[in-house]
Design a protein around this ligand. Sequence first.
Ligand code: BGC
Length: 573
Amino acid sequence: MTPQKPLLMLASLCMCTAASGQRPEEQNYAQFASFPALGSLKAIERPSGPDWMHNAVIYQIYPQTFFDSNGDGIGDIQGIIAKLDYVKSLGVDAIWVNPFFESPFRDAGYDISDYYSVAPRYGTNEDAKELFAKAHEKGLKVLFDFVASYTSIDHQWFKDSCEPAPNAHSNWYVWTNDTWFDGMDNYMAGFIQGYCLRNGNYLQNFFWSQPALNFGYGNIDPQQSAWQLPPNHPEIMALREEMKNVVRFWMGMGADGYRADMASTLVKRDDEDKKYTRAVWNDIREMLNKEFPGTFTVAEWEDWTAAKGGFNSNFLHWRKPFYDLWFRNNDSYFLPAGKGDITRFLALYLDQREKSGDANYISLTVGNHDLPRVNRWGRDKADLELIQVFAFTMPNIPFIYYGDEIGMRQLDFQSGKEGCYGTRAGGRTPMQWAGGANLGFSSSAPDKLWLPVDDAADAPTVAAQEKDPDSMLSFMRELVAFRKAHPALAADGGFYPVYAQKDQYPFIFIRAGGDEKLLVAINPSATQASAQIKGTLKAKRRLIKGSECKWSEKGDNTIISVPARSYAIYSLE
Ligand code: BGC
């Protein structure tokens, strides 16, 4: 019998797939070197979801470090409200705000102690309501962060659950039936022993202070049937109802949807193709469809099963072939060294789309609060631009992590600030608004800041870049507008790889949608790269963005030479 993989391990597996562990489809390469027949290229059938999502760009805001409106050194909701015009000026459609709920902050707010209240350090529920309303006035949607798989140990439900006497919350967390239970070998990892008077061990979901909420066991171990409950156990069904109430509450306050944290981990043990976990999410989706039609949901869930769980989108960033695109040194595809391999990413991407039946959109996030800032490994603006061009021309819902639009740098803090060990802290530093004290983030004393600001003399700032037409900020605004102006680039635009060869540059593909077809060529390497493609392009081409490539014909083949560290977008007419 396979022992259950403890959730702690699952969580760290997410992180470490970047360094090891491959899934089968990632071993294969997706190679292309021919033109598709242009006449047949078209957009895909739109998956269900709100209209705005099909060509959406979303901006991620980390509340503690976005803007501090009251000078206490920590960002807050009024700070976000104060910066909505800036956010709007980027051309995005929506914001996703990381958790702003009551919490003891052992994991920066993911460890929730009250789902129904804004943490005082961020403001009040009224502030949240105001944020939703003001964002809507400006035509922006707001996504909250929905953490359904665990709470903080400080949550009252967990305190109740710790009580030896049975009560309504006894089974809302995963407990063994005995502190000395007889499945030690298979089950101990991830369980916390001896925490309270209740005779049993609780399962942690991430850090020890985040006990897993109990959505049941997909495949109960007969030896452990005394404590592993089926997913339809009445107390579990009661928890599910309560989680729906949480969603109702924030949707009722004015949210437009959510990003679901660690969404694939609800049901434990052998949940094949996430069947039982999907059932929970589909149940919530059904409620949303009835009570809040048009809700948008995106999941931290790294495979196609998210689509079958009713999510409009899901991220792939913990999958190695995706992570390798720009988060590794030396052999990332997006580095001038030119040692990367696009075909492994492509294999993953195409496989996921096929398995999901295009029932939702993948989100190819360039950065987020768990990842190191993309601006590392000495990357310069040209590298960053190429990465963003990729993210904005591939079919997906692009997310901009706050500060990436000005090229904020990964800083070198290894501190354990609220669970930000290692690179997590260096990617969560305060937004850099302007020169001067705390780079305009806060009026507090520098030693009161949640994390210090970048003290480099040339730290990028919004104010400096606003005035510079060649800045990263100007580039990003243009890129967002460019994408919006071209239906072929929308998430539902068709995607046809033209040139992708193992260990080779460039990467070339065609997008099709509306009345247009666009050919995109990207070469992040430091030397000109030539693609030999079977056949000829039976269309006129017109460069509409980027740098001209050299085109020539050799026998039945077309050669496209893309200059070093450049990209080209052609309209095919
Ligand atoms: C969040 C992390 C958090 C973890 C556990 C993740 O998916 O994005 O920031 O630490 O869940 O709470």
